[in-house]
Design a protein around this ligand. Sequence first.
Ligand SMILES: NC(=O)c1ccc[n+]([C@@H]2O[C@H](COP(=O)([O-])OP(=O)(O)OC[C@H]3O[C@@H](n4cnc5c(N)ncnc54)[C@H](O)[C@@H]3O)[C@@H](O)[C@H]2O)c1
Length: 337
Amino acid sequence: MSLKIAFTGTGYISKVHAQAAQALPDVELVAVVNHRPDSMQAFAQQFGISRQYATISDMLAAGGVDAVVISTPNALHAPETLAALNAGVHVIVEKPMALNADEARHMLVASEKSGAKLMVAHCWRFDAEVLWLKKQLETSGIGKIFRTKGYGVHVNWGPSGWFAQAKLAGGGALADMGIHAIDTARFLLGDPRPVSVYAKIGTYYKDFDVDDTGIIIVNWDNGATSYIESGWWQPHADGAEASTQLYGQSGFGQLFPTYTRILNPQTQQPETHESGFPAVRDPHCPQSMYDAQLAYFVDCIRHNQTPVPGGAEGLLNMQIVDAAYASSQSGKVVEIL
Ligand SMILES: NC(=O)c1ccc[n+]([C@@H]2O[C@H](COP(=O)([O-])OP(=O)(O)OC[C@H]3O[C@@H](n4cnc5c(N)ncnc54)[C@H](O)[C@@H]3O)[C@@H](O)[C@H]2O)c1
């Protein structure tokens, strides 16, 4: 039976998701929600969607939707997700999952209560290069990883509009970009739990009420420590979005360019294992990553499986983000219980 899918928000990433949905067999794009009729009309026309609504409640009241892709400003993630889950509609919600961990917890509970699936679009888990590196760690191995370095930084650029307003976005570069680096590090480490966070976060490049600069240090329960940089409008970055370096007991691995360098126990010399992906990605965030992400969401619905990354992973990331902001304010390490 075909799966009837809807979209909230008709901006940049919603179009990427709609394109992904169009490529899937037995998925029908049936409805769209936006507060701006013109943008909604254009989106509906582009993707052949017949039903248009000003609010998600109007759409849910009309029925006939199995799943919704939520790609609105962060402040709408929790209310729209809760409305959909409570109506028994499956949800994939964009990152960051919510404005804070409290909201994220309510979303996770609503999903558990209703039985409707909840996935959080931590898209880098579906990237071919990230998956190559993850597989290398499982097979050839760089040994136990003690530390990682990761980047979620825009160089000489940053978003504007709602992204730069605390009321609609919650946080700035950390919530927008740093969270990609945090989730990618966590995924490659095998999803350990965060134990404590130390961060220094500020706004130095523009005049807005969210952050544009951050250094975040996360200690995990498997003994590893991740160093993360977040930023907008930075003069430099050591790596592109979600770039991650892994320092293991018997070698090194990294993303973008992606390879491992492992110590040969016989020769005691390091040997490089190239991933074979081009050294420069163009575009850095390919449609294929989002296609794989949406295909997985639909698969979880069809096979009644809890998506990973789901509410639990999204919540942990929000706990790290909350702890980072709290640490930066107090100047102290914040424990995550
Ligand atoms: N995973 C990724 O690679 C990725 C990339 C971009 C954005 N995102 C996330 O997706 C979400 C949407 O980002 P985007 O880049 O598509 O944003 P966007 O500004 O391009 O689109 C936002 C959409 O929400 C609508 N909207 C509804 N209520 C609004 C309000 N009160 N104020 C402003 N707009 C309102 C806008 O009309 C627009 O259609 C964000 O949570 C963002 O963090 C993820």
